[in-house]
Design a protein around this ligand. Sequence first.
Ligand code: DAH
Length: 338
Amino acid sequence: MIPLLAKLEMLREEASREIKRISSVADTAAFRIKYLGRKGEITACLRELPSVPIELRPQVGAKANSLKLELENAIDEKQKAFAPWQGPKTRLDLTLPGRSRFLGKKHPITRTIEDIISIFYGLGFSVAEGPNVETDYYNFDALNTPADHPARDINDTFYVEKGICLRTHTSPVQIRVMERQKPPVRIIAPGRCYRKDTADASHSPNFFQTEGLYVDAGVTFADLKGVINTFALRMFGKDVQVRFRPHFFPFTEPSVEYDFSCVICGGKGCRTCKNSGWIEISGAGMVDPAVLKAVGYDSEKYSGYAFGMGVDRITMLRYRVSDIRYLYDNDLRVLNNL
Ligand code: DAH
């Protein structure tokens, strides 16, 4: 046996015994100095290497190096074991108060739509939906709106391309529903509408309506008044009054606009109702025979009423919001209080 090899073997045994007894950072440091330090045991062996016959040197050198590596690893291991806490810098402080969680809630418009739906469910209506991007046919033509009607102007309506627009009201859903089914039809259609209006306190280029439609044999204007009255009472309480004023819509004949007595001032007159005591909700009327014809209904056999409903208007009254823009700005300082 080459003496240097034997010596290295002895060192390995000695070191592995010693390692087991290491029990502190100081022990680890002493161990490192003893074996790997500049004047350490292994360094000394390596210094003797030139005295080993040249053909044996690689074998001895390899052994010395592998022992060195082995001890370095063992030292690293020990150092880790004795090292102070190295975890994340921000430690959990159990004495701090908890963080309250932000609880979301439904948007006031969503809540209004849900309440409108549940009132009309109670009156035998179901809910229908239609696309927000409509063809001219559904948005205007089938609703008996002539080609030169001002609402069709590109300054009032958002056109996606020729003949295709963002719906300006929920009335096209009437047509889509009647095309699909025979009378009796009794639906409401809540949803978003779009008009080229500049936003101000009472206008928004996108807003919500709920359409209503009831077609069957023998439906009368009295039925329309009854259902609007009942809706007003269920939405705003027993003191609200409803009035109907003659008006014109291409898709109804006769047509009305209807108002609720101002729920802010109780009808006495205030800023919200511009001192009139009334708040306009939307239009309504008896479905024009031309509309029934467009969907293939027999207007001799069937009659019906239709109504619109300004969802934003109702929301503003319920939550006492003076400016429609508050409903669309998504400012949580406002919405959290509604
Ligand atoms: N579509 C009308 C509007 O946007 C509202 C309306 C009026 C709807 C009369 C109707 C109706 O169903 O019969 O102003």
